[in-house]
Design a protein around this ligand. Structure first.
Ligand SMILES: Nc1ncnc2c1ncn2[C@@H]1O[C@H](COP(=O)(O)OP(=O)(O)OP(=O)(O)O)[C@@H](O)[C@H]1O
Ligand SMILES: [Mg+2]
Length: 236
């Protein structure tokens, strides 16, 4: 049986024209990602990881090549269409949590969902439990730890049920123990909610949480391998 990939990039390029010449941030990216995969994106500084995430989320557009998502070409050049693509499909978690400081934990989680027109309060409560922060419900971001703030950010980003969750160094600001806790929560949430994830990191130790590891260098994919946990995922 042929199963359509969730997304597919074919010869994607993102070149910048600068006074000093052309910068080839992405230079011929080819891959497909299936539903339920958790991809770790590794590569040296300046290799194109953030550029690739920005193209995946339609925050930015390739200058060449094709990017299709659930069988349709992703809009480019029209910021309204790009924004609605993002609203419908993408969740994003940043390195520096990006929580609203004047809102409580539960308000931060329900906000995006409410902006998307969903008034279902029980959803935010459910996610609060999923990330293990029920007793921190009414505290402000300044009153909880970095790891707890990142768990709030994860809950917030999945509240609207994105198809694809993107993270850029989402544990970059956390110690090892805390990043493990955050990653465990993220994996559990993705599995429970059937969310596909692409996560950028410099941290090789996070490979255990991924089903696939893609390494990039100078705007190209240099290796693309399934991990041991991808086998576990297909057996269970
Ligand atoms: N607006 C821009 N104009 C010109 N060049 C850019 C621009 N944005 C990024 N680049 C270049 O594109 C390349 C890829 O950048 P990118 O931010 O994707 O790297 P990265 O892999 O995320 O690096 P890091 O690990 O340091 O975050 C770099 O050489 C960068 O200097
Ligand atoms: Mg980057």
């Amino acid at each position: 049986m042929f199963i359509m990939p969730l997304l597919s990039m074919t010869n994607v390029k993102r070149h910048y024209e600068t006074p000093a010449g052309t910068v080839k941030a992405l230079d011929g990216i080819n891959f497909q990602i299936d539903e339920g995969e958790r991809v770790l994106l590794l590569g040296p500084s300046g290799s194109g990881k953030t550029t690739l995430l920005n193209c995946l989320s339609a925050l930015d557009s390739p200058t060449d090549g094709s990017y299709s998502f659930m069988g349709s070409e992703v809009p480019r050049g029209n910021s309204e269409e790009m924004t609605s693509f993002r609203r419908e499909n993408i969740g994003y978690v940043f390195q520096f949590f990006n929580l609203l400081q004047d809102l409580t934990v539960i308000e931060n989680i329900s906000l995006i969902q409410e902006l998307a027109g969903n008034k279902d309060k029980s959803r935010a409560e459910e996610l609060l439990r999923l990330v293990g922060l029920h007793s921190e419900r009414d505290r402000f971001p300044g009153e909880i730890s970095g790891g707890q703030q990142q768990r709030v950010a994860i809950a917030r980003s999945i509240a609207k049920r994105p198809t694809l969750l993107l993270g850029d160094e989402l544990t970059g600001n956390l110690d090892t123990e805390t990043s493990d806790k955050v990653m465990q929560v993220l994996v559990e949430a993705c599995e429970k909610e059937n969310i596909t994830a692409v996560l950028v990191t410099h941290d090789e130790s996070l490979i255990v949480y991924a089903t696939r590891v893609i390494r990039v260098d100078s705007g190209r994919i240099v290796s693309d391998e399934k991990t041991v946990s991808s086998e576990k995922a297909t057996i269970s």
